[in-house]
Design a protein around this ligand. Structure first.
Ligand code: FMN
Length: 389
C-alpha cells in the first residue's frame, strides 16, 4: 500500500454515495436468498449487462453462489425500504422472513415496494482482489414504484432530495425557462419560512409539481417533485380563479359526482374567496395529507379504482380549502398556502405553495406566511415580466 491504511481507504471511499440493491435468488429447494449490495452498476446496454462486487468472505454471497441456480434478481430499494436493507445485511438466514415478495418470470424474488427490478442470469464471475466481480445478463427489467431511491453514505441512509428540478413531464422548454426565473424566489421564501416551497403547473387537466426547494416541516418520505394531482375542486383553486374562464369551467366540470349541493356551494364560495384574497389556503392536516398520499405518482398511470378513490378523497376535503377566514388569535392546522404566478401576458403559469408544519400554527403566523407568499409570488411574476422570453 502507499501512504494510506485500510481506514483511510474506507474513509475516502465512503465519501462516494451509492444506491442500494438487494440481490435475490431462489435456491433449488425454493428458499429465498438475499444480499444487500451497494456496489451495483449498470455495465453495458448492448449486450445488456449489469454487475456488482460481493466480498469473497461474505456468507450471503457464498449461499447465492451455491444456490443451484445461475438466475438472480436485482431489487433497487426505495427511500422507505431502509428496514429490509438493514435486515438483509445483518441476518444470516431467513433473510426475507416478514417481507413480502413474489416470483419473477425467471424465478427470482421480486420485493414488494422495490423501485425497480432487474431479472438476470449470471454472465461471469471473476477475481477482483478481496471481492468477486459478478456480471449478469439482463433478461428483463421494469420499474415498480415511484418512490425515490434509498441512498447509502458514510454508514448512514438517506434519500434523494431533488432541489428544484422538473421531471417526468412534457411541459415546454419555455415553461422550464420560466421555472428557472422563479426558483430563486422559491428559495428565498423557503429560507424565510423555514419550510418546503413547491411550484405546480396546470398541464392537460392535471396539476404537476415541477419544482420544490427547502425542507418539508411535516414528516414525508419523498419529495413532491413529479407528483401529479387531478385538477378538481377543492384543489387547484388558484388556476380555477386566475387561469381564465376555460380553466374555471374545467375545474367545475371535475366536481366529484358524489358531491352534494352543500359541497358544490363550498366550492363556489371557496373560488370567490381565492379571487378576493389572491391565494388559496388549506387548513386541516388529515384531509390535506389524504390527498397527498393518494396523489403520489402520476394520475394518468393510475388504475380506474385508484383514480376513483383519489377523487373521493379530494372531494371529502371540500371544507378544508378556502372557506375559513383566518383570525389572528386562533390556532389552525396550517396545511398549505398557494398563490398564483402570472407571466408577462397576465396568464397564471404557476402556482407557488408554502407548506405548513405539523400540529397547530397561530393565526398570526399563518397570516404572516400568506403575506410573504403573496409578496414572493408577485416578485417572481415581476421577473417573468421583465426577464422572461
Ligand atoms: C448499504 C450496504 C451496501 C453493501 N454493499 C455491499 C457490497 O457491495 N458488497 C458486499 O460484499 N457487501 C456489501 N454489503 C454488506 C453485505 O450486505 C453483508 O452485510 C455482509 O456481507 C455481511 O456478511 P455476511 O454476508 O457474511 O452475512 C453492504 C451492506 C450494506 C448495508
Amino acid at each position: 500500500m502507499g501512504h494510506f491504511d485500510m481506514y483511510d481507504f474506507r474513509r475516502v471511499m465512503g465519501t462516494f454515495p451509492t444506491g442500494v440493491v438487494i440481490i435475490t435468488a431462489l435456491d433449488t429447494s425454493g428458499e429465498p436468498l438475499a444480499m444487500t449490495v451497494g456496489s451495483f452498476v449498470s455495465v453495458s446496454m448492448d449486450p445488456p449487462l449489469i454487475g456488482f462486487l460481493p466480498a469473497k468472505t461474505s456468507s450471503s454471497w457464498a449461499s447465492l453462489r451455491t444456490s443451484g441456480t445461475t438466475k438472480f434478481g436485482v431489487n433497487v430499494l426505495g427511500g422507505p425500504q431502509e428496514d429490509i436493507c438493514r435486515a438483509v445485511a445483518s441476518r444470516k438466514t431467513d433473510k426475507l422472513a416478514g417481507f413480502e415478495w413474489t416470483r419473477s418470470e425467471h424465478g427470482s424474488p421480486v420485493l414488494k415496494d422495490a423501485v425497480a427490478f432487474i431479472d438476470c442470469d449470471t454472465h461471469s464471475i471473476s477475481d477482483a482482489g478481496d471481492h468477486d466481480w459478478v456480471m449478469g445478463d439482463v433478461l428483463d427489467l421494469y420499474t415498480l414504484s415511484t418512490d425515490l431511491p434509498l441512498l447509502f453514505f458514510r454508514g448512514g441512509y438517506g434519500s434523494f432530495a431533488p432541489g428544484s428540478m422538473a421531471i417526468n413531464t412534457d411541459i415546454s422548454v419555455d415553461v422550464l425557462h420560466q421555472l428557472d426565473l422563479v426558483r430563486p424566489h422559491m428559495e428565498s421564501l423557503a429560507a424565510e419560512l423555514v419550510t418546503e416551497v413547491s411550484v405546480m403547473t396546470l398541464n392537460d387537466g392535471e396539476l404537476i409539481n415541477v419544482g420544490a426547494v427547502g425542507r418539508p416541516r411535516r414528516r414525508r418520505s419523498s419529495s413532491r417533485v413529479g407528483v401529479h394531482v387531478p385538477f378538481m375542486p377543492p384543489i387547484g383553486g388558484v388556476f380555477a380563479a386566475f387561469g381564465g374562464p376555460e380553466a374555471e369551467a374545467l375545474w367545475f366540470s371535475k366536481i366529484h359526482p358524489n358531491a352534494d349541493t352543500e359541497v358544490r356551494t363550498d366550492f363556489e364560495v371557496g373560488l370567490e374567496n381565492v379571487r378576493r384574497r389572491g391565494y388559496a389556503c388549506g387548513l386541516g392536516h388529515a384531509a390535506g395529507e389524504a390527498i397527498e398520499l393518494q396523489a403520489h405518482g402520476a394520475y394518468v398511470s393510475k388504475s380506474p379504482e385508484e383514480r376513483k378513490h383519489l377523487e373521493a378523497v379530494v372531494s371529502d376535503a371540500a371544507r378544508t380549502f378556502n372557506i375559513v377566514d383566518v383570525e389572528r388569535d386562533q390556532d389552525y392546522e396550517f396545511h398549505s398556502a398557494t398563490a398564483p404566478i402570472f407571466d408577462r401576458d397576465g396568464v397564471c403559469v404557476f402556482s407557488m405553495t408554502a407548506w405548513g408544519s405539523d400540529g397547530l400554527t397561530s393565526g398570526g403566523d399563518v397570516l404572516a406566511a400568506l403575506e410573504r407568499l403573496k409578496r414572493t409570488a408577485d416578485a417572481a411574476a415581476q421577473d417573468l415580466k421583465f426577464r422572461g422570453r
